[in-house]
Design a protein around this ligand. Structure first.
Ligand SMILES: [Zn+2]
Length: 70
């Protein structure tokens, strides 16, 4: 049973969500997978595109102000 919830907003990831593609997966150094909900995926997309960690269950990413491209 996958009880993974979004580490950013604690939204539960349901079986229906698991069959969809809206959630994004983040592979942690220890081999586990953190699932990010669609809302947080969109909010953190710039971090994902920059290959930065979005969050982890043990050490959530600190809030970082949005930086505008010059
Ligand atoms: Zn979320």
């Amino acid at each position: 049973m996958d009880n993974t919830a979004c580490p950013l907003c604690a939204l539960e990831r349901t079986p229906a969500d698991a069959t969809g593609l809206a959630w994004s997966s983040q592979h942690e150094p220890d081999g586990s997978i953190t699932w990010i909900c669609p809302t947080c995926t969109r909010a953190q997309l710039w971090r994902i595109e920059a290959l930065l960690a979005v969050a982890s269950p043990t050490a959530p990413a600190a809030p970082v102000p949005m930086r505008r491209a010059a």
